[in-house]
Structures are given as C-alpha cells and as structure tokens.
Write a protein that binds this ligand. Structure first.
Ligand SMILES: [Cu+2]
Length: 136
C-alpha cells in the first residue's frame, strides 16, 4: 500500500509539473537544462547534466529573452530538494527520494541575472545556489 501511495504522490507531482507547462511539452522548450542534486567537494550543489553544463556545479544557465526555458531537477542524493527562482516567483515541487524529478517551464523575461536556489532550510547556505542569466 505504501508503494501505491508513493506512486500516486509521484504521479500527482509529475502531473502538477506538466500542468505548469501550459500544455507545452519538453520538445517545445527552446532551452532545456538538467540539474542533478549531489555533493561537490563536500558542499551541496545542483550539478549540470549534459550539454555545456555537464558536470558543472551550480552552472550558469544562459538563455535569451523570450525563449521558452525548461529546467528539470533530478534527485541524485535521496535528500529532499527543490529549485526556486525567487525573483521570478517560480519554484518546482520538492523532489523527494532518489531519482524523482520535477520541472519548471517558463518564458525568459527581461535581461538580467536571477538567482536559482534550493529553498529547503539550510541548503542554499550549504551551496545550492546559482544564476540564470538572461541576455537580450
Ligand atoms: Cu536542497
């Protein structure tokens, strides 16, 4: 029963994440970034997976204004995390349990540097912080 409950919760979280896309799918994003949670040199981090950010801790996510951006957060350490962009009022649901995934899709607005971070208490201070950089 516990497994079924966990599965139901997972489907709910994925459903909510998809609902946040407004019906658009992964393919329709101009930029897709995959970040995996883990430890780098004893500090908590978002670690880039694939492309130019592969293996980079708290990579700078470079996008252009007006682009559709999707950030997928993969749980790599079994600790509860999320990814929040406080300046944009955006936040993924929490990823609880190893290999769970949550995503955030949005259209990049005005140029500037926006902090992304994990909002779980103490995690930003432990290292989970990076920048989304929007250029014209
Ligand atoms: Cu965290």
């Amino acid at each position: 029963m516990k497994t079924q409950y966990t599965l139901a919760m997972l489907l709910l979280v994925v459903g909510l994440a998809l609902a946040g896309c407004g019906g658009r799918t992964d393919d329709q994003a101009d930029q897709v970034f995959h970040l995996r949670t883990g430890l780098v040199e004893g500090r908590m981090a978002f670690i880039g997976v694939g492309g130019a950010i592969d293996g980079v801790a708290n990579p700078e996510l470079a996008v252009k204004a007006g682009e559709r951006v999707r950030i997928e957060l993969h749980n790599g350490d079994g600790i509860s995390h999320d990814l929040a962009l406080p300046d944009l009022g955006r936040q993924t649901p929490p990823v609880m349990g190893r290999e769970s995934v949550a995503a955030l899709t949005f259209t990049a607005g005005s140029s500037g540097a926006y902090t992304y971070l994990c909002s779980v208490a103490g995690h930003r201070q432990a290292g989970m912080e990076g920048q989304l950089v929007v250029t014209p």
